[in-house]
Every structure is written in structure tokens, then in C-alpha cells.
Design a protein. Structure first.
Length: 547
């Protein structure tokens, strides 16, 4: 095994926008290895529809984008992180275009900008409703042209800490430094350590922890779980964002995302009696932030017992809908729904993890040599609720921050003489009954959906905690006894992420942003406090602007 030990300067785990954009930047000054557990394009990024929020025209301003972000985040954003993201954003959109990404332009040649909820301006750069696919494919092409090692169908099993060094006999499973990762090939079943000067987690979110999600099957929170086990700080996990509009398929329940941009173009949400109701919840109606819209739909469904609400686009012309949303238009037509004539049945579904591995403004975690970015990280830009289309922007800007940092400072623990222990394979068995794994996974998803979805209560959170802790122990025992396989790794990671979400939710003794607990209803005093906090953050931007 020892002769197979590999070494790289930068080990990136994950191949969405975060991992691939960063890989291109880092390849300018070091050897880069990208590890990705499916084919390279399979990521949350690929399925992103809406676009990237950024200030791209004179009538818009950085202050306005910063204020919108802070407002959505319920006073919990890190203002420095938000300012950095917003101000640096436009240059990275330009860079993406230079790398081959194509965004829709108007006849005048200017970028066509969409509007989405929570934004006070049109500022969403897009490639109709397949923006993620366009970005992902252009970044894959760019990476393939560079000298980047891409290991597809390969999963990270554990991050390398000091306890993995040869001659280290400590029992401690956490570490203050990271030296790379044990990597598992799904093709050869080999597990080898890859040593790296810097290891970067870009594994996206964990939508698979919920029964209904907009995320692909690879979104199993691997980066959070890997980092937590090594001793990294994790933050804000209670803030799981539910997208208000996913298509409700009467045949099989939920299915695909219906972009926020539909509401930006005037889409109306109606209840089961076809009556609009969002203005009863927020004066901005359909364009209120996602936490408010998803919660309002959930409440209407619970009170009426209806299975779904409706999205109404019928007041827009067929031509306009087909041009702006070709993918959505055709996907729904395949389901016998013509959005220019028919109401679309919709339900909210788990969409985006606002919390994650806690980092500073340079993507650095509390562990030397370990970095995180994108949906895996908690940089503080999203606070209690992410503003629509800020996610791809965050990935670009923080990839650039990590690249700047690593260009200047190679982590000091990157001694080539360090020897890593080979992966232990003795006394392991292969799973006899895969059905147990499927049942455990289904149980986690159902517990999370039923007890820790959009509306929460202390009682339901405690029930969820009890069940998930039992599953966590059972799955961990199973993992320790079994040969590594991707499904087992994913199940182990998801059970840990579920438990982190529940523990975080229980520790927040208030309702805030995406976390709504009926035992702590928002009263007028709290609303005033939140407004005060948002205003306090906003006043800091104004001062900054005046300097
Ligand atoms: C959407 O198109 O609605 C998704 C965009 C986002 O999650 O920000």
C-alpha cells in the first residue's frame, strides 16, 4: 500500500463551481488534485437554475446588494464577509465569462438580468434556466485544459490528522492539522492516503438528509462530516433553506425545482382554491425572502390539508416563457402542463444548507491546512437565510480568497518526510443486507422531514434527537465493521449531519430566519430586536461608503 501513497500540493474534494473554479486558480502555482465521488459534473451546481446575483449596472449599487443580503439573513450575517462577496463579485463574473461561461445578453449587448425574491434590483446574471449546467460545463472544460488531476468516482473516507502519522500512537481522533485525506476508489475499491499541503472541502450541501429535496443524490454533507470528525468547528446548521417552489408531481409526489426567477417575472402563488395569499404574510408578496414564502406555503398547506399550492404564470405569453425558461417549460410540458395555460402544482423542498464548516474570510477552518468553501462552509454571508442566487457568487469569491492565501503562504506542516499509516483492512466484512442501509437512510430522511422541517417545536426536535442518536450509533458500529463502500460512507455522513442540524436547532432558543420553532413564536419585541440588528449592520455599510 505504501508505494501507492500519493502527494499533491492542493487536494480539492468536490467538483461543483467551488471546487472547479478554485482548481483553475490554484493550478497557476501548484499541483492540484480534484476528488469527486461521481462523474465530474454531478454536483448541486449543475442543477442550479436561477443564476448569480451581482451588481452589474449603474442603477444598482453595492450598498443595495449588501442591504438585501443582510435583510434576508435576519441580522445574523457577518458584514465583512457580505461586503467582500458583493464588492468582489462582478470581477469574478467577468472572469467566468473569460473562462468560457456564456450568459444571456439583450439585443443591446448588455447582460440580461433577472429579478429574484429579496432583491431590490434586477441583478441575476443567468443562462436562461440552466445557468448551473452552463457554468459547470465551462469550468470542467477549463480544468481539463490545465494540468489538474481529476479523480472521478472517488470518495474521501477520512481527513488525515496527526493520529494518522506513522509512529503516532495517540488515541485521539481529532487533530489541529490536516495533511490530506484517505481516498476510496469506487472502481478499484482501493483506499490510499493522498497527502496535501492544503486540503479544501468543496462538497456542496446535504439536501439528501431530507425526504424531499431539490438536490441530486450526491448531496450528502460529506465535507461537514469529514471536517467535524477531525475537530473542525461547525456553525449555523439549524438554518436549512427550503425552496418555496418545486413541482409537485401527482404521480410520485415531489420532483424538480421551479426557479425563483419565475416569481421574479411575475409568477403568483395561489392556494388550493386558486386564491393568492402571500400578501397576507408579507407586503412584498411573492418577492418576500425564501424563509417567509416557504413558511407561508407550508402553513397554508397544513391548515387546509391540501397536498400542494399553485404557481400561476398564465398571464405571461407563451413566447416569453419559452424564451426565458426553456428547460422548465419543456420539463413541465412532458408532464402535460403548459405553464402558459395551466396552474403548476408546487410544494417547498429542502434546498440549501446555510450553515457549515466555520471559516474566516480566507476559507481557513480552525484546523491548519484545512479550508472549506461554498455550501460546505459557513463564511457568515448567509446568516439565518440565504438571499437567492448569492450561493454561486459566494463560491467564486471565496475560491479566490483561498487561492490568494495559498499563493502567499504554504501551510507550515507540509513536511514531505511525514509518513502516513496505510488504511487498516483487517477483520472487516462486506454488508450482508443492503436493505438495512436503505432502511436507515429512509428513516433519517423521514425523521428530518417530519420533525425538523419548516415548522419545528421543542417536542419534535427532542424526538428527532433521540431517534437520530440511536441511528448514529448503529451506523457507526456498522461502518467500523464493514469494508468501505460509498453508500455506507454517505449514510454515515448523513446521520452525522442530521444530528448536527438537530443539535443546532435545539440550542437556538428563538425563531429566527429559516429556523422557526413554535415554542418561541416571533413576538413584536423580537421583531423590533431583529430590525434593530439589521439596521445596525446596515449603518456599518453606510459609514464604510462615506469613508
Ligand atoms: C432558483 O433558481 O430558484 C435557485 C437559485 C438559488 O438557489 O439561489
Amino acid at each position: 500500500m505504501q508505494e501507492k501513497i500519493k502527494q499533491t500540493d492542493f487536494l480539492i474534494i468536490g467538483s461543483g463551481i467551488s471546487g472547479l473554479y478554485l482548481s483553475s486558480l490554484l493550478s497557476e502555482f501548484g499541483a492540484v488534485t480534484v476528488v469527486t465521488k461521481d462523474k465530474i459534473t454531478e454536483s448541486n451546481t449543475y442543477y442550479a437554475q436561477g443564476g448569480i446575483a451581482s451588481v452589474m449596472r449603474n442603477v444598482d449599487s453595492f450598498e443595495s446588494h449588501i442591504k438585501d443580503t443582510i435583510n434576508a439573513g435576519s441580522g445574523l450575517c457577518n458584514i465583512k464577509a457580505v461586503e467582500l462577496m458583493v464588492r468582489e463579485g462582478p470581477s469574478h463574473i467577468q472572469k467566468l465569462m473569460a473562462m468560457g461561461t456564456s450568459f444571456v445578453r439583450k439585443a443591446s449587448g448588455d447582460l440580461d438580468l433577472h429579478k429574484e425574491s429579496g432583491h431590490s434590483q434586477r441583478r441575476i446574471v443567468h443562462s436562461t434556466d440552466v445557468t448551473g449546467k452552463e457554468i459547470e460545463e465551462s469550468l470542467v472544460n477549463a480544468a481539463r485544459k490545465k494540468n489538474i488531476t481529476i479523480l472521478e468516482h472517488t470518495s474521501a473516507v477520512e481527513l488525515l490528522g496527526s493520529h494518522h502519522l506513522e509512529n503516532n500512537i495517540e488515541n485521539n481522533r481529532t487533530s489541529t492539522s490536516c495533511f490530506g485525506a484517505y481516498i476510496y476508489s469506487r472502481k478499484t475499491w482501493d483506499i490510499i492516503p493522498i497527502r496535501a499541503k492544503a486540503t479544501i472541502l468543496a462538497t456542496g450541501g446535504a439536501g439528501q438528509v431530507y425526504l424531499h429535496s431539490t438536490n441530486p443524490s450526491v448531496a450528502t454533507g460529506d465535507g461537514i462530516a469529514l471536517a467535524y470528525r477531525l475537530g473542525a468547528k461547525i456553525a449555523n446548521m439549524e438554518f436549512y433553506q427550503f425552496h418555496p417552489t418545486t413541482f409537485y408531481n401527482p404521480k410520485n409526489g415531489r420532483s424538480f425545482l421551479l426557479s425563483e426567477a419565475l416569481r421574479g417575472e411575475g409568477g403568483i402563488i395561489r392556494n388550493s382554491k386558486a386564491i393568492p395569499f402571500l400578501k397576507d404574510y408579507d407586503p412584498r408578496g411573492e418577492l418576500a425572502t425564501r424563509d417567509i414564502v416557504a413558511r407561508a406555503i407550508d402553513k397554508e398547506l397544513k391548515e387546509s390539508g391540501a397536498k400542494h399550492a399553485y404557481l400561476d404564470m398564465t398571464h405571461l405569453s407563451k413566447q416569453r416563457l419559452k424564451t426565458k425558461f426553456p428547460n422548465i417549460y419543456n420539463s413541465l410540458l412532458n408532464e402535460n402542463i403548459d405553464i402558459s395555460k395551466d396552474l403548476v402544482p408546487i410544494v417547498p423542498a429542502a434546498h440549501y444548507m446555510c450553515g457549515g464548516v466555520f471559516t474566516d474570510l480566507w476559507g481557513q477552518t480552525n484546523i491548519a491546512g484545512l479550508y472549506a468553501l461554498g455550501e460546505t462552509a459557513c463564511t457568515g454571508v448567509h446568516g439565518g437565510n440565504r438571499l437567492a442566487s448569492n450561493s454561486l457568487l459566494e463560491s467564486l469569491v471565496f475560491a479566490s480568497q483561498i487561492a490568494k492565501k495559498l499563493k502567499d503562504e504554504v501551510p507550515s506542516h507540509s513536511d514531505k518526510k511525514l509518513k502516513i499509516k496505510a488504511w487498516k483492512k483487517e477483520n472487516l466484512s462486506s454488508p450482508q443486507e443492503w436493505i438495512v442501509i436503505r432502511h436507515n437512510l429512509e428513516e433519517i430522511k423521514r425523521i428530518m422531514w417530519n420533525y425538523i422541517g419548516i415548522h419545528r417545536s421543542n417536542h419534535r426536535l427532542k424526538l428527532a434527537q433521540k431517534h437520530i442518536r440511536l441511528l448514529l450509533t448503529e451506523i457507526e458500529n456498522y461502518y467500523q465493521r464493514s469494508h468501505v463502500q460509498n453508500k455506507i460512507l454517505e449514510l454515515r455522513n448523513l446521520s452525522l449531519v442530521a444530528s448536527l442540524i438537530i443539535d443546532s436547532a435545539l440550542s437556538r432558543k428563538e425563531s429566527r430566519g429559516l429556523h422557526y420553532n413554535s415554542d418561541y413564536p416571533i413576538n413584536s419585541k423580537q421583531s423590533e430586536e431583529y430590525t434593530f440588528l439589521v439596521n445596525k449592520l446596515e449603518s456599518k455599510i453606510d459609514k464604510y461608503e462615506q469613508k
